[in-house]
Design a protein around this ligand. Structure first.
Ligand code: G4P
Length: 577
């Protein structure tokens, strides 16, 4: 079949056969997704901004931050984000670079938002871990790394802030190897650090790129490049005999010591290409971007369960229905459109009171106005995707078309929840849901003003749908009793309270509870009752989740562990399946 070229106009787009949802191969091939993960303050905002600068998506550095600040005045929720200097909501940005379409998935670095980060990683195909050169691995990078490992995401490592005093590159490599069991493979190798930072050796081309202190902040750095074999020139420009000799020594040593760069291992998250640079002074960012374009992977497919869309008439035998649940790979080249919701958010723009579901396109083509099936729909109802938006930070523009690897924001009047699959075609497709983190903070939430009952309830329901926090209730409570909020971090509670006030105009009171751990009892209510009767659950609170499944709240890990080990029939698990 002839290779389909990208559309250049909307007329061309609309003439594209309405029922054909197969994605053009060129569009799949040219897409690269990248999630940026880091501990707060290692320079993620700066790095994102510089990537956008080099990708031509913004004209001057500072634009992302400026936008954040303008946004900040729009609502107090965003104000909170600004004050704390953290990015609460994940955003997606894209630009075209060297014929590639790069989608950058920003992820909140704050530990309280790791749940949100995890969901963003479900939409990514590559990740870059940003480290502060002076600090190396930090708590948040550790946690995020685990998630990347679980997902087997190809992971790049960028060591930032080389213009400041830094750990040696060997120390950083050792840390990553020892703690994560992840072998790094330096692509860029630094020459000096802090005031003596001279630049990097590109080990793939054997060219040394010299670091230039930028005259004006935000301007692109000047380029001076010298081949490694031109030692006389290098010695002159490095102008520091100790560093020059170290470079000569390191470049040989690395050739001898390192395992070769193996892209199969990189793709399996067993080897991480390693870069050094200084995002603030623009150094190393474009080099990283160029290498990422070469080494990063195009959008991958996802495993899913596929079924005939027609409602089942007669019950199938056990073995047949089991066969039905076999997962198969939905590749980007699959004939139909499929995508999954990985995040929902309400009231991005307080003026419009809208709600968005963020969909990662897995296969096929999204076309404005298309009709899609929904994995949770029993009736086979179709939904019209009339309006989709591309997101640039929190600014939005309407999109006509999107391909595998892209993320679109669709209007969500409440039909779409995290983990839902949307699809075209006659076969129903369901990607597995996105598991949530086990909560560690619990609090009763109350409405002090009964007159605002309705708004309070609506706000709570929408925030729960969004997955901002989880909700638990006391056993046998059919909705009338006090609501317990469960979160991974304290900040999630504060966001819920701030948003209830700003977006729904209601006050709320929180009463923290002294529990630190939740365990779902997979053994069911009978098992819980037995343990309770035997006095095994002393000091433990028995509650239920949204689906009336038993959950035990423990005051400490030790108690949870002891109960889990001694009362195996309870089948305690850290999260809801
Ligand atoms: P984050 O999103 O990961 O939290 O980090 P962010 O980019 O906001 O950077 C945190 C701080 O580190 C900022 O300083 C930023 O300028 C600085 N920074 C980022 N990259 C580099 C780098 O390569 N070298 C050096 N020396 N500093 C870097 P700030 O004082 O908090 O803010 P500002 O005064 O720069 O606005």
């Amino acid at each position: 079949a002839p290779v389909q070229q990208p559309f250049t106009s909307t007329t061309e787009l609309h003439s594209y056969v309405e029922t054909d949802f197969k994605a053009p191969v060129v569009e799949i091939e040219r897409r690269r997704n990248l999630a940026i993960i880091s501990h707060p303050d290692s320079g993620k905002t700066t790095m994102t901004e510089k990537l956008l600068l080099y990708g031509g998506a913004i004209q001057q550095a500072g634009a992302v931050r400026q936008k954040a600040e303008q946004r900040g005045t729009a609502s107090d929720f965003m104000e909170m984000e600004k004050e704390r200097g953290i990015s609460i909501s994940s955003t997606v940005m894209n630009f075209d670079y060297n014929k590639l379409r790069i989608n950058i998935l920003d992820t909140p670095g704050h530990e309280d938002f790791s749940e949100d980060t995890y969901r963003s990683l479900a939409a990514a195909d590559n990740a870059v871990m940003l480290l502060d050169a002076a600090k190396g691995l930090e708590p948040q990078t550790r946690k995020l790394f685990e998630v990347c490992r679980m997902r087997k995401l190809p992971l790049f490592t960028f060591v930032n802030k080389m213009d400041r005093p830094a750990l040696t590159p060997y120390e950083i490599m050792d840390q990553i190897e020892e703690e994560f069991g992840l072998e790094t493979h330096p692509i860029l190798w630094p020459i000096g650090d802090g005031d003596r930072f001279k630049g990097v050796l590109d080990r793939l081309s054997n060219i040394v790129h010299f670091y230039q202190k930028p005259v004006k902040r935000g301007a692109k750095a000047e380029v001076i490049e010298v081949p490694l074999e031109d030692t006389a020139k290098l010695e002159e420009l490095i102008d520091d005999s100790e560093l020059f000799e170290k470079l000569m020594e390191d470049s040989e040593l690395l050739e001898e010591l390192l395992n070769p760069l193996d892209m199969d291992r990189v793709m399996a998250a067993n080897q991480s290409p390693l870069f050094f640079g200084s995002a603030m002074t623009n150094f190393g960012v474009q080099l990283f971007l160029d290498k990422f374009c070469d080494m990063g992977t195009k959008p991958a497919g996802r495993m899913a369960v596929k079924r005939d869309d027609a409602p089942k008439k007669k019950k199938k035998s056990e073995s047949e229905s089991e066969e039905d649940d076999n997962e198969e790979l939905i590749a980007p080249e699959y004939d139909d459109f499929t995508g999954f919701v990985f995040k929902t958010q309400a009231n991005l723009d307080p003026k419009h009171r809208d709600r968005l579901a963020y969909v990662r396109v897995v296969s096929g083509t999204y076309k404005k106005g298309m009709k899609v099936g929904h994995s949770r729909s029993k009736s086979g109802k179709k939904y019209n995707l009339a309006q989709a938006q591309a997101l640039f930070g929190n600014d939005r523009e309407s999109v006509e078309i999107a391909y595998p690897g892209d993320v679109i924001g669709i209007n969500n009047p409440g039909n779409f929840a995290i983990g839902d699959t949307l699809y075209t075609g006659t076969q129903k497709v369901a990607f597995p849901g996105i598991p949530s983190f086990s909560p560690e903070k619990f609090a009763y939430i109350r409405n002090p003003n009964p007159s605002t009952y309705k708004s309070f309830q609506k706000g709570i329901d929408q925030l729960l749908d969004e997955g901002a926090v989880q909700a638990l209730r006391q056993r046998n409570d059919d909705g009338g009793g006090p609501l317990i909020l469960a979160a991974v971090g304290q900040l999630q509670f504060e966001v819920v309270q701030a948003r209830l006030e700003n977006e729904y105009g209601v006050q709320s009171q929180l009463e923290p509870m002294g529990y630190t751990m939740a365990r779902w009892a997979d053994g069911g209510w009978d098992a819980v009752d037995k343990a309770d009767k035997d006095g095994k659950l002393f000091g433990t609170m028995i509650v239920q989740d949204r689906w009336q499944r038993p959950v035990l709240l423990f005051r400490n890990d030790w108690k949870a562990q002891a109960v889990g080990e001694e009362e195996k029939y309870l089948e305690l698990i850290p999260w809801s399946k």
